[in-house]
Design a protein around this ligand. Sequence first.
Ligand code: NAX
Length: 327
Amino acid sequence: MKQPIRVAVTGAAGQIGYALLFRIASGQMFGPEQPVILQLIEIPNEKALKALEGVAMELDDCAFPLLSGMVLTSKAEEGFGDANWCLLVGAKPRGPGMERADLLKDNGKIFVAQGQVIDRVAAADARVAVVGNPANTNCMIAASVARRLPADRYTAMVRLDQNRATTQLAKKAKVATTAISDVFIFGNHSPTMFSAFHLAKINGKPATTVIGHHEWLRGEFQETVGKRGAAIIAARGASSAASAANALVDHVRDLTTVGKVHSIAVKSNGDYGFDPNVWAGLPVKTTAPGSYEVIKGLGLDDFAREKIAKTNKELVEERQAVAELLK
Ligand code: NAX
């Protein structure tokens, strides 16, 4: 049996946490041979910590063979201590009448504090994956305050958008999702993100040729994927949770599987027209467990360049809105 790895999860008593923890403990994220110790972090609030206890009781009641231990805490030092993976799911939700700038700043403070603790106490090989919104900018903040861990260890999740785009293309072409490949998400996890249909393949052929309906690809398809989160809230009365947890399982599993080609938000190196200081969704290939290289040189047409410029502008504005936290 391998040595257990330590997986820290913030927001562990929230709705994504509830859909996520059981999948990690059952081996779906790190594989059927890898034991895990779950380090579950919640805010120091009686209700949240009580709910966390309940989740831990349910995890116990699954008798998962791979679950080697659990830590329940509201102290970041304890929760991130020696963690090999830090999954930052918890964030402050946008309240009624709250401006986006206030949301950015309030969450920015959380990610400055957590970023500093992770940098100090997590394992030397620690990887950080951010889900809590605004995910790209929160990730950029956590990485910006790090002095020990390099910036390429910090990724944010755009996999839910990739998965949403995959299914929309499959439905339109009337094929199984397994027929779809090379679906890349560029930019922010927000309605401005660009789902690069011109690179996508259906059974190895360009999606643009197979689907043919360019107006749909440029319009309804982008819109459906970009505004899917809002559509789910309108239908369910609560935001996406199981699909978000599933996307994080995919994000980490593909990031630990050598050769996988997928979309994650990483520090831009200026490729594809992104500002080098933002964390942008980009196509990557996993080169070693937890490491990746950005796939370079994919062709962009005028439509793609225009969409990328728009989502890049939003990321730059988000960075400017939290600039005072980065000093
Ligand atoms: P919930 O409100 O159900 O749960 C969040 C949990 O985080 C709560 O239990 C809260 O007590 C905890 N929390 C808040 N601040 C914390 C902190 N500083 N340290 C530790 N725990 C903290 O939200 P949920 O539906 O689980 O969503 C969590 C986050 O994911 C939100 O920010 C949400 O916007 C974001 N999402 C991101 C997605 C993505 O694709 N990147 C998609 C789904 C989701 O909307």
